[in-house]
Design a protein around this ligand. Structure first.
Ligand SMILES: Cc1cc2nc3c(=O)[nH]c(=O)nc-3n(C[C@H](O)[C@H](O)[C@H](O)COP(=O)(O)OP(=O)(O)OC[C@H]3O[C@@H](n4cnc5c(N)ncnc54)[C@H](O)[C@@H]3O)c2cc1C
Ligand code: FES
Length: 327
């Protein structure tokens, strides 16, 4: 069964099958509704149902606050039409940038630092991510967070994990050369520093989830803010950690910054630090009045949200970016 979908304010209309979510159906018609993970984990496809019937599939907790649900907001990559629908949804300009690879530096056995120089200024806010087209697959995009705040050089820095069978990461680790050109879509995401309050900051990063968290801490330092920041940084095994020395330097230079690396491999007796990310966070403080920044895989984010809510941290002080697969 097909239904007509009408988008506001653009007035764009297209048909969607009952078994297709709105983002997928729009994509099939060449309409770029704003989205990131396309799997209910990032919240970038939020829209509003103006009229019509639909079915909302499951998505990451907290992507929609109760007030947003009451106002008719929906996660469009998990929204299925059950009648003709009238929706408010952001359609992204089809603006793209070409950027040359200027450096590829190993950070850990499965993490590379990728540096890109866009051919013209690439505007973004600290903590946002870029969508990068996979070379040779121009209709397939992958999301990667910028690891540093914007600066005068215009260079973009990313921390990229190699995934077994990963189309983009396998190309980057094994074929990419300095000078290769990549295509970028405009920057996206709402995972940015909230500098409108003086709450202490709790940051929790797992794996390359460190990338936007580093950028956010970097920006806080550059703004001259001295509110306490506690960063918990988790890895599976010791070889997975990267930037431990750089983080240690931050905590030596800035007394308001505390770094706690944690290891999930509890069998590793050569590790003298803390084991297991979230239990360490839970045991390390009272987080009720903190501004919280979470970044890592969707499983970690969901478990962290549960933990924080049980510590009475308010919804609107929990910010997160889930590094969901976006194949
Ligand atoms: C907003 C956002 C920002 C992101 N920023 C970063 C970043 O800065 N650095 C970074 O390394 N990654 C980041 N990611 C995750 C990255 O975009 C995905 O992992 C992406 O799918 C990797 O592309 P690939 O082509 O290498 O692998 P794919 O071809 O997409 O996937 C290969 C296989 O790995 C699985 N897979 C993919 N991603 C994951 C995952 N995260 N965890 C477990 N299994 C997975 C897939 O299901 C598939 O089986 C981000 C994701 C989002 C949504
Ligand atoms: S694109 Fe819909 S939640 Fe990420």
């Amino acid at each position: 069964m097909e239904y007509e979908i009408c988008l506001e304010p653009s007035g764009i209309r297209f048909m969607a099958d009952a078994g297709q979510n709105i983002v997928e159906a729009a994509k099939q018609h060449g309409i770029p509704i704003k989205h990131g993970c396309a799997s209910g984990s990032c919240g970038d496809c939020k829209g509003t149902i103006l009229s019509g019937d639909s079915e909302q599939g499951p998505f990451m907790p907290l992507l929609l606050l109760p007030t947003e649900r009451a106002a008719g907001m929906a996660i469009l990559c998990k929204l299925y039409p059950r009648s003709d629908l009238h929706l408010r949804a952001e359609v992204v300009p089809k603006d793209t940038w070409t950027a040359a690879i200027t450096r590829l530096t190993p950070l850990a056995w499965n993490v590379l630092e990728l540096r890109l120089q866009p051919e013209r200024p690439y505007p973004y806010r600290t903590g946002q991510y870029a969508r990068i087209a996979i070379p040779g697959h121009p209709d397939q995009w992958r999301s990667y967070s910028m690891a540093t705040p914007p600066d005068a050089t215009g260079t973009l820095v990313f921390h990229i994990r190699e995934l077994p069978g990963g189309i983009f990461s396998q190309w980057l680790f094994h074929e990419a050369q300095i000078g290769d050109q990549l295509m970028l879509g405009s920057a996206q995401g709402e995972f940015t520093l909230h500098s409108d309050n003086d709450r202490d900051m709790l940051c929790i990063a797992a794996g390359t989830g460190l990338s936007p968290i580093e950028a956010i801490i970097h920006e806080s330092i550059a703004l001259g803010r001295t509110r306490p920041i506690h960063l918990f940084y988790g890895a599976r095994k010791q070889a997975d950690f990267y930037h431990l020395e750089e983080l240690a330097k931050w905590s030596q230079q800035y007394p308001h910054i505390t770094i706690t690396p944690t290891l999930s491999d509890t069998q590793d007796t050569s590790w003298t630090g803390a084991h297991r990310l979230l239990p360490t966070v839970a045991a390390s403080g009272h987080w009720k009045d903190h501004e919280v920044y979470l970044c890592g895989g969707p499983g970690m984010i969901e478990a962290a949200i549960d933990l924080l809510l049980s510590h009475e941290v308010q919804h609107d002080h929990i910010h997160f970016d889930a590094f969901a697969p976006n194949g």
